[in-house]
Design a protein around this ligand. Sequence first.
Ligand code: TXD
Length: 318
Amino acid sequence: MKKISLIGAGNIGTILAFSISRRKLGDILLVDVVDGLAEGKCLDLSQSLSIENLNSEITGTTDLSQIKNSDAIIITAGIARKPGMSRDDLIETNFSIMAEIGTAIKKYSPESFVICITNPLDAMVWSLLKTSGLKKNMVVGMAGILDTARFKLFLSHEIGVSMDCIQTMVLGGHGDSMVPLLEHTSISGTPLKDFLKIKKIKNKQIQKIIERTRNGGGEIVSLMKNSSAFFAPASSAIEMLEAFLFNQKKLLPCSTYLDGQYNCKNVCVGVPVILGEKGVEKVIELNLNDQEFQDFNKSVNSVEELIKKCNKLLAKLN
Ligand code: TXD
């Protein structure tokens, strides 16, 4: 059995534990700083196994050292957004949590594949990479799959086609300047612009959908008030986890460390990558058009501002 550690037993961590147990992906360790929270949830989840003819080890703890020798680690620990807060408002608190977790990974589980979900996403992936000392292909952030799924949902409603028929990708930072790639969007192989020509959708509607996608997380926070999205983020992370565990070589938009690709250096941001047993096996450099490239650079600039803040916090630690 693979060992999968989930750090953070809040909304997303809980759904991850449930999904991983149902998909039989491995033994689960759930860690949370709140005393009894992870233990209680794991006891409950363990008691559900025999009813569903399942069998795995599910352990809850507050002790980070128990992540020892994990195959994969998914991190959701941190504080989440409240209405009116931006993802970036979380930076100081969540940086110090990433530093604590990164240090534990370095000590107890330096060979694992790490998926970060905590916001502000791209800056947290960067912080984990720096504090864990893991190779750059082994730390990756989940956001692009979720943003793409939101974009697909809204497009499918507007055009009146099934989501399964839509191919598209959202790149850049997980923030207000994320970049849906219109030129790379197609419906069963037919470019989106052909649907514009036959008036199945108007430019104005597409712009509205882009705005709604960019505000997709905020829309949910303002509805639920006390929590951010959790079902779709968990599904997105499971897709990444399975790509790693089963060496699927899936091409997915993920936040990864760029070292010259897309003219970016020392930054983590959402780009298409191939995910397999070696983690990020390749970064795919798409031919972006001028507008897409401009938007992507704008998004990278805003991530770089956050990374600068993390770099200062990192310097204070050392
Ligand atoms: O696309 C994306 N990447 C995202 C990210 C989409 C949705 C939500 N996104 C972010 O994920 C969100 O802004 C948060 O930063 C994380 C986790 O979201 P979740 O909804 O699961 O947050 P919760 O329910 O508040 O859970 C966080 C848990 C909570 O139980 C804390 O007690 C725990 O993290 N926590 C810790 N656990 C272990 N170790 C430490 N240090 C710690 N600090 C807090």
